[in-house]
Ligand binder design. Structure first.
Ligand code: NAD
Length: 351
């Protein structure tokens, strides 16, 4: 069936994989990618599909209420997949207000605009909010986050995402807006901005620079390959039950230090370096304030109800990721030149 779908944040890391999947997989859909192109947005991520007839890019900011209302009136979207966000915990610690504006106010602008054009006739309509497992707070050594775990966000980033999740649910409960939400664990893979752990380490190893690790590297995260997340998002958008939440995870927990040691071994092999060379670059730095100890996701609802499961083992995913970064040096260099350098120095070199 013909549909016009808005994807917000489609020039970012996960959004670009979702846009590509939808544009290639559903030629009958018209995909509108709305993105403000902040430091994290990069249209290079979508070079391969930019001329497809069912794809259009619109530059714009979800915090601009007027603009959002006009956009919705113009395109009369049938569905919204909302990924636009400020997404980096460290940046939320130094500048929380941008996170409040984009993640909370921006989300409410989209909810209001959807309500307005759908005018309470919700048949065939869907508002899909993409969120994070960080809203659940931190786990001890055992246990998993499920869809009924109480929210307990600890950083300005996770608090802003928790707030937007609550608002999306409130619009469902109050106005009947047909929403669905998913909360996913840490993603990795091609096109991730090199402020996040894995691409940052790949870039530093390649350039023989120290790899900064917070504290003792004991924090535990669950990692999922980004294309597996995009596949889950596609499935939930098509088949998820209205008003429901789905947790998405890789069942793949690593301490940061073990993950980086594994990555170092792959990098030594790919760069033809003596085994152990990259590991020497590991440097422990002062821990992040309020650093959550462990996140782990129980995705059995998504697996049992919709039949999703991760397709890649971590070792395979990390090798694919390294190959992508080493094969796309220009993409990386365009990013790490300029303002990134100042940010990097502030975050890691003056600690
Ligand atoms: P990202 O930072 O790579 O991309 C975010 C995109 O949103 C960028 O293209 C940016 O330009 C755009 N954007 C930011 N502010 C905007 C605004 N005001 N108006 C319009 N566009 C704006 O983020 P990501 O890692 O791809 O994450 C995408 C979504 O998935 C986020 O909502 C995030 O909370 C969620 N998520 C991320 C992860 C992860 O591991 N990266 C895990 C779970 C959930």
């Amino acid at each position: 069936m013909q549909k016009t779908i808005l994807i917000t944040g489609g020039a970012g890391f996960i959004g670009s994989h979702v846009v590509r999947r939808l544009v290639n997989g559903y030629p009958e859909y018209q995909i509108i990618n709305l993105d403000a192109l902040t430091y994290a947005g990069n249209l290079e991520n979508l070079k391969d599909i930019e001329n497809k007839p069912n794809y259009q890019f619109v530059k714009g900011d979800i915090t601009d209420d007027d603009f959002i209302q006009k956009l919705f009136r113009k395109y009369q979207f049938d569905g919204v997949m909302h990924l636009a966000a400020e997404s980096h915990v460290d940046r939320s610690i130094s500048n929380p207000m941008e996170f409040i504006m984009t993640n909370i106010v921006g989300t409410v602008n989209l909810l209001n605009a959807a309500r307005e054009i759908w005018k309470d006739d919700y048949s065939g309509k869907r508002f899909y909010h993409i969120s994070t497992d960080e809203v659940y707070g931190s786990l001890g050594a055992t246990g998993f986050f499920t869809e009924t775990t109480s929210y307990d966000p600890k950083s300005p980033y996770s608090a802003s995402k928790a707030s937007s999740d609550h608002l999306v649910r409130a619009y469902h409960n109050t106005y009947g807006l047909p929403v669905v939400i998913s909360n996913c664990s840490n993603n990795y893979g091609p096109n991730q901005f090199p402020e996040k752990l894995i691409p940052l380490a790949i870039n530093n190893i390649k350039n023989n620079k120290p790899i900064p690790i917070y504290g003792k590297g004991e924090n535990i995260r669950d990692w999922l390959y980004v294309e597996d997340h995009a596949r889950a998002i596609d499935l939930i958008f098509q088949e998820g039950k209205e008003g429901e939440t789905y947790n998405i995870g890789g069942n793949n927990e690593w301490t940061n230090i073990d993950l980086i040691r594994t990555l170092c071994k792959v990098m030594d092999k790919k760069l033809d370096r003596e085994p152990g060379t990259s590991e020497k670059l590991i440097t422990f730095v002062k821990d992040r304030a309020g650093h959550d100890l462990r996140y782990a996701i129980d995705s059995s609802k998504l697996m049992n109800e919709l039949g999703w499961k991760p397709s890649l083992q971590f070792e395979e995913g990390i090798e694919k990721t390294v190959d992508w970064y080493l094969g796309n040096q220009e993409w990386l260099e365009n990013i790490v030149n300029g303002t990134y350098e100042n940010y990097y120095r502030e975050m890691y070199e003056n600690r």
